[in-house]
Design a protein around this ligand. Structure first.
Ligand code: URP
Ligand code: ZN
Ligand code: ZN
Length: 476
């Protein structure tokens, strides 16, 4: 019998700490050897000229999430994880959402039913807490955290999801007691509602005005408030999908004071601006997401914060709605005001290639930081490290082999999600994943899926023990 199932030779290995040349021996889905001349294997993959990185972890994406308003997400666990695999992502963490009045346990059980047997890559669950009743806070959440559901998102906006400040404090206090990681969608609901009504009364209802209603000031205020509430309770907090300098300044301020405040941003805040909402006819609806893309100066601020260490996590916030569909962006028709358009844009498959091309190839971030942002830090923050997110002996053999020089153009017809558009159509990229392995098995090759539905396994997350963010310092 050969020593390894698979041997990856001649590659340049890149982790969040180092890059170096070594071969990788894989047995039973795990990395069991790193070095030179490792010996015989049933299969040898020659990675000459390729970079070998930990498989991507997309720690913020929405798949088959039940929505109350008649909208339906385009991607379920099959199409979503197929798309992830083809983009080099080997673990996803979508959200089990609690409907108001529903038990959190029921939401998690329902989400298991939706995912069972469908995923091509591994997956864990965050939860969305919308109804923090006494039994949720004192019984359900403590038990669920122990069972491997250790992170949850709370909202400060959207009528059917939002918590008031008292409820936020109760959730934060529970997270401190039980050791959970809280993610927050930080926008001020009343500011948005006020601006929405004002704009509507003036007939300013096209998709462009979504960006006006979701003002950066509303994002800044809610970000600061969430940080203050977490400081009061003395608990870590992660601010998701940060769009620009106003919120970044709050996070940088908190980190500068030594608070355990983490930040996440997404491709749309690097690549899109408010002008993408301002397209002919209803086309701008394709880029309606919250917070919205802002201006060129905001993009530059996001790049600087990625480079400078304010952000720890880079996720897609894939929220898939078809454009030409009465259950998608056209839920209420093209004449409906902007606030009736389902929020969210697709991005699972393009997340890594965009950051690689625009960040690594253009030398805004180095390859080790790319790995930290897209795999290692999310694994640490959400309790999956070191099983996931690194190349080390004993870790799962979740690896993505990159050709750093390959050129491609983003075309929706080449993507594997079930959405009928990509906001990045026509974008020219350098660098692409040529092979992705999830626990040693190939899940995509040259951008095409190679796994069977059901290959992906559910992952229980440990209680997160992230390092304190170092603000301006590079690295974690
Ligand atoms: O517009 C967005 N981001 N939709 C997805 C849901 C969320 O708030 O992340
Ligand atoms: Zn959100
Ligand atoms: Zn989201």
């Amino acid at each position: 019998m050969t020593r390894f199932d698979t041997l990856i030779t001649n590659g340049r290995l890149i982790t969040a700490a180092d890059s170096y040349d070594a071969d990788i021996g894989i047995k039973d889905g795990r990395i069991v050897a790193l070095g030179e001349d490792l010996g015989e294997a049933a299969e040898v993959i020659d990675a000459q000229g390729l970079w070998v990185m930990p498989g991507g972890i997309d720690a913020h994406c929405h798949l088959d999430q039940p929505l109350g308003d008649g909208a339906v997400m385009a991607d379920d666990f099959l199409t979503g994880t197929r798309s992830a695999a083809c983009g080099g992502t080997t673990t996803v963490i979508p959200f089990a959402v609690q409907q108001k009045g529903q038990s959190l346990r029921a939401a998690v059980e329902d989400y298991h039913r939706r995912s069972e047997g469908k995923a091509m890559v591994d997956y864990a669950f965050h939860m969305i807490v919308t109804d923090p009743t006494e039994s949720v806070l004192k019984e359900e959440l403590p038990a669920l955290i122990e069972e491997g559901y250790s992170s949850f998102k709370i909202y400060l906006t959207y009528d059917d999801l939002k918590l008031n400040d008292r409820e936020v404090l109760e959730v934060l206090a529970m997270a401190r007691r039980e050791g959970g990681m809280v993610m927050v969608h930080a926008e001020n609901a009343d500011c948005i509602a006020y601006l929405t009504e004002l704009l509507e009364s003036q007939g300013q209802t096209s998709p462009f005005y979504h960006g006006v209603a979701h003002s950066a000031i509303a994002e800044r205020e809610a970000t600061h408030r969430a940080i203050s509430l977490a400081e009061l309770i003395d608990v870590p907090l992660l601010i998701v999908h940060v769009s620009g300098p106003e919120a970044i300044e709050q996070i940088r301020w908190a980190q500068g004071r030594g608070l355990r405040v983490y930040g996440e941003t997404c491709p749309q805040y690097l690549m899109l601006t408010a002008s993408d909402l301002d397209q002919e006819g209803f086309e701008g609806a394709k880029c309606v997401c919250s917070p919205p893309p802002r201006d060129k100066a905001a993009q530059e601020a996001v790049w600087q914060a990625l480079e400078g260490g304010v952000f720890q996590v880079f996720s897609s916030d894939h929220a898939p709605f078809r454009y030409d569909d009465p259950q998608g962006k056209k839920l209420h028709g093209e004449e409906a005001g902007f606030h009736h358009i389902p929020n969210g844009i697709p991005g699972l498959e393009t997340r890594l290639s965009i950051l690689f091309s625009e960040g690594v190839v253009k030398q805004r971030i180095d390859p080790t930081r790319f790995v930290a942002l897209t795999a290692t830090n999310p694994a640490k923050i959400y309790g999956l490290y070191p099983r996931k997110g690194t190349i080390a002996i004993g870790s799962d053999a979740d690896l993505t082999l990159w050709d750093p020089r390959a050129r491609s153009t983003v075309r929706n017809v080449d993507l594997h999600h079930a959405v009928d558009y990509t906001p990045y159509e026509g974008l020219e990229l350098t660098g692409r994943p040529v092979l992705a392995l999830c626990r040693g098995a190939s899940v995509s090759r040259n951008g095409e899926p190679t796994a069977e539905p059901g290959h992906g396994q559910f992952l229980k997350c440990d209680k997160p023990q992230p390092a304190r963010p170092r603000g301006q310092a590079k690295g974690f």
